[in-house]
Design a binder for this molecule. Structure first.
Ligand code: SF4
Ligand code: SF4
Ligand code: FES
Length: 277
């Protein structure tokens, strides 16, 4: 028995007013996503177990019972203008596309818009604290933004509205995706690379991070804060003290600029240094 069968049974015999969504019953439409025992699943695909806690998806307003309002997601997707606008004329079929150039966009096309990833994302859970679009809208964006035929000006416009560098690469989204899409490695990371190329100012944090690792062979949160915030960082004394007491920063090590034995190897691997250290 699937979770959906259990829901249908409850709706038929115990709670006729139970609100839940489903359509295809076969992992195609994405409308039946819910949380079961604390994890995002498709009700039509997940096996029922004797003791189940069934909840609506998180990070979206609940309309009733298990039905959530998808408007925040749809608004984001529409704002991304998720269609292809060629910057060069159509050459006719078949188009000369290399597998390596289209493989990430093609992975994103497997998305069934179930919103499981959106529900699992801890950054989306922060609400208005960030302007992050979230994994599901970014996967929709990846379908066209990672297509080499798309107009870079249009991709730039969409990425500007994405808040993509708020993603902390925690992989929670990828863990729950029923379509098995490598959301982080094949969609979000390539989109971040595109944003760094088309909108360099947006990528200050990762560029400085990369530069510090390349020159010191290690992460140095103190240097990161100094390079990004400059002397403004000193106006946030309570925060700096909190970081110090938690062992997150070590001012001595930052100022001396100690290098580890891994510095040369790191520099070789991260050969492009875009920011001063
Ligand atoms: S990897 Fe990024 S998008 Fe995915 S859950 Fe984590 S923060 Fe959200
Ligand atoms: S990326 Fe996966 S989890 Fe996210 S909406 Fe698409 S199919 Fe669902
Ligand atoms: S009902 Fe369509 S994916 Fe579950």
């Amino acid at each position: 028995m699937r979770v959906l069968d259990a829901l249908n049974h409850i709706a038929e015999y115990d709670a006729p007013d139970l609100a839940y969504r489903w359509f295809c019953g076969s992992k195609m439409c994405g409308s039946c996503a819910i949380r079961m025992n604390g994890r995002e699943v498709l009700a039509c695909w997940e096996a029922a177990v004797p003791d189940m806690t069934i909840e609506p998806l998180r990070n979206l307003p609940v309309i009733r019972d298990l039905v959530v309002d998808r408007t925040p997601y749809e608004r984001r997707v529409v704002a991304f203008e998720p269609w292809l606008e060629r910057s060069a004329p159509y050459l006719g079929f078949p188009e000369p596309l290399l597998h390596k150039d289209i493989k990430n966009a093609s992975k994103a096309l497997d998305c069934i818009s179930c919103m499981a990833c959106y529900s699992a994302c801890p950054v989306i859970r922060l609400g208005d604290l960030t302007d992050f679009a979230g994994p599901a809208p970014l996967v929709q964006l990846g379908q066209t933004a990672l297509d080499p035929r798309n107009d870079p000006a249009k991709v730039r416009r969409a990425l500007e509205r994405s808040g993509i560098f708020n993603c902390v690469s925690c992989y929670k989204c990828e863990e729950v995706c029923p379509a098995g899409i490598p959301i982080v490695s094949q969609v979000i990371e390539p989109l971040k690379a595109k944003a760094a190329e088309l909108l360099p100012a947006m990528a200050t944090h990762p560029r400085v991070f990369r530069s510090i690792v390349a020159s010191r062979g290690r992460i140095d949160p103190g240097a990161l804060v100094l390079h990004i915030q400059g002397w403004r960082a000193l106006t946030r004394i309570p925060r700096l003290f909190r970081m110090l007491f938690r062992g997150k920063i070590n001012p001595l090590r930052t100022l001396v600029g100690t290098r580890t034995g891994a510095a040369n190897a790191a520099k070789r691997v991260l050969s492009r240094n875009d920011a001063p250290t």
